[in-house]
Design a protein around this ligand. Structure first.
Ligand code: NAD
Ligand code: AHE
Ligand code: ZN
Ligand code: ZN
Length: 370
């Protein structure tokens, strides 16, 4: 079939709208009509050329929601008409990783996913001239239709709006999940969140949900303050307005250091600040931000010797097929907010505007509706 897609033809170039060829689902695969997709900073990270795993041409996008149109041979858990959220972290429920309760990082399709192909080693997408187009993060939601492995789809309730729940495909689950699944933050904790964008705001609402006490937000963009307050931030710090050392300021503000800190930017210098503002003896710092090729983190080992822990979180530690339907329920029950974070709605033709809004710090999430 043919479908409309925004194609990343080359690193650093705007996406190009075109009609692409899409082959139907093979064994264990599912064809999905994408109804809406968010634009995450990770899409920009790859588009810009910073991603060491980035491949071109590719159809980016990994924060979508849609409807099953066709199922391939052997697919048993989904049928035509089911509403689904694509998962960049699959859940096969049988690999060594899925069987270990300490991780959500299913590896069943991860190697081929990283090469921009389906598990059989081939792509379903091609350009009008027949050139192969890579899949992205196993999702490719910047296309009106896409093909995914069955294990990379979470089946969700049919009454949930696509233009909101697409955000659960990455940002919401990443932020809320980092608090609940990765850090396991206890009620009454004092926490610091670096970066109040599409991920950081969801960390903040996760902290409110679990009953954190002090929720300090740190961002260079003053406009993010009022957004973050809506979701539970109790104190705002703009590093540009702090006289002297930011870490010392945060340690003092939190009465000795954060019980938990979260880096939601992808800046290795901020990652160090996030670790070092954690409380001596027990503070944990969670890295969520993704840093560009060649970048490394550093600190004095003494920071760890004296009881701070440095950890990371992917997709909020969530097991997608199991946890994503529950997060959709939380949204429908009003336990978590999504609507005010969707600051812009665009058509696929205007998707590059979404990247410009992100750069200008004007959007939290721009969502493309098909
Ligand atoms: P975003 O662009 O919406 O937000 C980033 C925020 O950081 C902005 O508000 C910006 O003003 C602020 N910021 C930038 N530099 C800063 C600095 N030096 N100090 C303080 N604030 C600063 O991005 P997002 O969509 O929220 O994504 C954030 C990061 O999380 C990205 O690196 C993204 O790739 C990553 N991410 C990781 C996962 C995961 O599973 N680990 C999932 C989604 C996104
Ligand atoms: N390709 C990058 C790594 C990118 C990365 O860390 N991705 C996160 C999800 S970001 C979603 O917005 C993730 O899930 N990582 C675990 C994994 O298996 O990719 C690089 O640096 O190579
Ligand atoms: Zn993302
Ligand atoms: Zn698995």
């Amino acid at each position: 079939m043919k479908t409309r897609a925004a194609v990343a033809v080359e690193a650093g170039k705007p996406l190009e709208m075109m009609e692409v060829n899409l082959e139907g689902p093979r064994k264990g695969e599912v064809l999905v009509e994408i109804k809406a997709t968010g634009i995450c900073h990770t899409d920009e990270f790859t588009r810009s050329g910073d991603d060491p795993e980035g491949l071109f041409p590719a159809i980016l996008g990994h924060e979508g929601a849609g409807v099953v149109v066709e199922v391939g041979e052997g697919v048993t858990s989904l049928e035509v008409g089911d509403h689904v959220i694509p998962l960049y972290t699959a859940e096969c429920r049988e690999c060594e990783y899925c069987l270990n309760p300490k991780t959500n990082l299913c590896q069943k399709v991860r190697a081929t996913q990283g090469k921009g192909v389906m598990p059989d080693g081939t792509s379903r997408f091609s350009m009008p001239d027949g050139t192969m187009i890579h899949h992205y993060m196993g999702c490719s939601t910047f296309a009106n239709h896409t093909v995914l492995p069955e294990i990379s789809l979470a089946k969700v309730r049919r009454d949930a709006p696509f233009d909101k729940i697409c955000y659960i495909g990455c940002g919401v689950t990443t932020g809320v999940g980092a608090v609940i699944n990765t850090a396991k933050v206890e009620p009454g904790s004092n926490c610091v969140v670096f970066g109040l964008g599409g991920i950081g705001l969801n960390v903040i609402q996760g902290l409110r949900l679990v009953g954190a006490d002090m929720i300090v937000g740190v961002d260079l963009n003053e406009d993010k303050k009022s957004f973050a307050e809506q979701f539970g931030m109790t104190h705002f710090v703009n590093p540009k307005k702090v006289e002297g050392d930011l870490v010392a300021h945060l340690v003092e503000l939190t009465g000795g250091g954060a019980d938990y800190s979260f880096e939601c930017i992808g800046n290795v210098n901020v990652m160090r600040q996030a670790l070092e503002c954690a409380h001596k003896g027990w503070g944990e710092s969670i890295i969520i931000g993704v840093a560009g090729a060649g970048q490394e983190i550093s600190t004095r080992p003494f920071q760890l010797v004296t009881g701070r822990s440095w950890r990371g979180s992917a997709f909020g530690g969530a097991r997608g097929r199991t946890d994503v339907p529950k997060i959709v329920d939380w949204y429908m029950q009003g336990k978590i907010d999504i609507d005010p974070m969707i600051t812009h709605k665009l058509s696929l033709d205007d998707i590059n505007e979404g990247f410009e809004l992100m750069h200008a710090g004007k959007s939290i999430r721009a969502v493309v509706e098909f």
